[in-house]
Design a binder for this molecule. Structure first.
Ligand SMILES: [Fe+2]
Length: 435
């Protein structure tokens, strides 16, 4: 698969270049024009003295204390592969740099395509989730990449035809990367309605209707992807009990921003603290274990409900009404802050935004816990049987796997892939046309 892709891929090509006092002007075959500053080029040099090929990190030859801040180029040309070839002069005489043309192009900071934020489709209750086949997820990197792309675009997907056991559940998650270590002794949790011991400590067992929330709000860095597999669902009433519900937290942020900018400001700047305290709780490491292992948990964090990045874009929503602890807020803001939080809470269960469906046995629901709130409809029949497995991976783990898969599609070497931005990798992976 990878070989075929490599043959199909074509590089960005340089049409012509011209040197200036302090850099190189490049005209590309697709008409785009770039300028690369000499200092940027020298600082980014990937020659063996500057950059270690085995560890893919800066070498001792790359010493910023010795790099001249006004480097001069002695000779600049296109080499036989169509890459930029520079022999430096002055204090750097003898230093030779070669820059892969495609790599250069995705480091052109005059190209607006590089500044595009990730494609996100905000959704409401009418969303139709993308479905992926378990076995294709296990065996085909293209399918795995499509699923991870959907995690960025929609934040949710369903995997069908999963074997109904813990090993297979773990295996498909590990296609993305290692499971996140939970505070509990086990990284996979099992929600079984008949488990009376778990009911004593786990809030989600005790409520009829589990309202939409994100997980692990009492941590600084919440879990990234959440996987939930249904192993068993037997509902004697044959109605919509124990259906899963999800809502797009980024959509709710957008709605609040449009209808009440003051509420939006409060939810992005004021704090809603969250806490969890569990001491001396014991849990079996596995079904077959006779003994149990103790764990202790005493977490506290104060969070914004809506978290913005440096561009003012929402990158994370943290919301769980159940783990909320007393507010830290000035008296003049308490009324408005709680009113804003209440509005968010209303939207989180509003049928207009709340998607509701059954995760049937053999299906795995995957959601990005930084964006999607999840819950379930009520359970009132004591004879309803439901067993669900759950586990997480870190947000970083999912982004790493996606970057690796994108890199494979480009057919480029590690030397040039290492350190490319996500957007740069997307552009390189999507290229199929030779300009
Ligand atoms: Fe949850």
């Amino acid at each position: 698969m990878t070989t075929t892709l490599r043959q199909l891929k074509s590089a960005f090509r340089i049409e012509s270049l011209a040197t200036t006092d302090n850099g190189v002007n490049i005209t590309w075959k697709d008409g785009h024009k770039s300028f690369y500053h000499h200092l940027w080029l020298l600082d980014s040099c990937r020659c063996p003295q500057c950059f270690q090929r085995d560890t893919l990190s800066l070498n001792s030859g790359h010493d910023l204390l010795k790099i001249p801040l006004n480097p001069t180029a002695q000779a600049v040309k296109l080499n036989h592969q169509g890459d930029l070839d520079i022999v430096w002069g002055g204090e750097q005489t003898g230093h030779h740099s070669v820059f892969d043309a495609s790599w250069l192009r995705v480091h052109c900071y005059q190209d607006p395509a590089l500044k595009q934020s990730p494609k996100r489709q905000l959704w409401d209750a009418s969303v139709s989730l993308p479905h992926f086949d378990y076995h294709e997820m296990m065996n085909d990197n293209e399918v795995l990449l499509s699923c991870l792309n959907q995690m960025l675009e929609l934040g949710a997907a369903m995997i069908d035809n999963a074997p109904k056991n813990e090993e297979s559940f773990r295996a498909v998650i590990e296609r993305v990367g290692p499971l996140r270590q939970r505070y509990h002794p086990t990284n996979i949790f099992k929600l079984d309605r008949t488990d009376t011991k778990a009911q004593e400590i786990q809030h989600s067992y005790q409520v009829e209707n589990l309202r939409n929330h994100t997980d692990v709000t009492a941590y600084d860095i919440p879990t990234g992807l959440q996987f939930l597999e249904c192993l068993l669902y037997e509902n004697p009433d044959n109605d919509r009990q124990a259906y899963s519900t999800i809502v797009d937290g980024f959509k709710l942020a957008q709605v609040i921003k449009a209808e009440n900018p003051w509420f939006y400001e409060l939810l992005t700047t004021e704090y809603i603290p969250a806490g969890r305290r569990r001491l001396s709780v014991e849990e079996k490491l596995s079904e077959n274990d006779l003994g149990t292992q103790k764990y202790e948990w005493e977490a506290y964090r104060h969070n914004h409900v809506i978290n913005l990045d440096e561009n003012g874009e929402v990158y994370q929503v943290k919301y769980n009404h159940n783990t909320r602890v007393p507010l830290e807020v000035s008296n003049d803001k308490i009324h408005d802050l709680l009113a804003a939080y209440r509005r968010f809470s209303q939207l989180a269960i509003d049928p207009q935004y709340n998607a509701e469906f059954l995760v049937a046995p053999g299906q795995i629901l995957v959601v990005d816990n930084w964006r999607i709130l999840h819950g379930r409809t009520g359970i009132w029949n004591p004879n309803l049987k439901r067993i669900v497995l759950g586990a997480y991976v870190e947000e970083e783990t999912f982004r790493c796997r996606r970057r690796i898969l994108l890199g494979e599609k480009t057919g480029m070497s590690d030397l040039w892939l290492m350190g490319c931005s996500d957007r740069a990798l997307e552009i390189l992976a999507e290229r199929t046309v030779d300009y």
